[in-house]
Unconditional design. Structure first.
Length: 187
């Protein structure tokens, strides 16, 4: 039986960090929190850690220091949180696209692409208007462009799970099952 098995109702966590990647609005933080609870692992939201380390909001980092500075902080923070005991980590949409962060996640963690269709993303990002990249024009057009650019990189994640309009617990079930079958397939 795999390390992340939930057969018989018990879920044993994997022995490496589980990192959720994917577009803004895919539900990485919400799903990550629930997945962590299911796997009995701590949960870390990389964007919140970046804000804590910088002492200001992501919007302010973009506005006063620029995206390059944000990515630098993101690289540093994700490198740090990947160390230590296994945990579930949600990352900002651009993290897995940054070559250095991408490699580090691939080397140290089990990556999960939370994939969602454009309509779902557009609907979800409307709930939070603090995302600097979406303030530069029509959110739908921006998201569509970013999906075209980024999806081939997200597709390199170890596991791909659709989050669409599915209930959160079902998404968590799918991730646990995917992790488990991946592990079983390696034995
Ligand atoms: C970004 C996504 C955001 C945040 C920053 C940049 C991106 O995180 O990291 O605004 O490049 O897609 P969420 O994916 O949690 O919204």
């Amino acid at each position: 039986m795999g390390r992340s098995s939930n057969r018989g109702g018990k879920t044993t966590p994997p022995n490496q960090p589980v990192v959720l990647v994917g577009m803004m609005g895919a539900g990485k933080s919400t799903v990550g929190r629930r997945l962590a609870r299911r796997l009995a692992l701590p949960f870390t939201d990389a964007d919140l850690e970046i804000e804590k380390a910088a002492g200001c909001s992501i919007s302010d980092i973009f506005e006063f220091h620029g995206e390059a500075s944000f990515r630098e902080g993101e690289r540093r923070v994700i490198r740090r949180i990947l160390e230590g005991p296994p945990k579930v980590i949600s990352t900002g949409g651009g993290a897995f696209i940054d070559p250095e962060t991408h490699k580090r996640i691939r080397d140290k963690a089990l990556s999960v692409w939370l994939r969602a269709d454009l309509d779902t993303l557009v609907k979800r990002v409307k709930r939070n208007n603090a995302r600097p990249l979406l303030k530069e024009g029509d959110p739908r057009t921006i998201l569509e462009g970013l999906m075209t650019e980024r999806d081939p990189t997200y597709a390199k994640a170890d596991v791909v799970v659709d989050s669409g309009d599915t209930a959160i617990e079902k998404v968590v079930d799918a991730i646990v099952a995917a992790i488990e079958s991946r592990h079983d397939g390696q034995q």
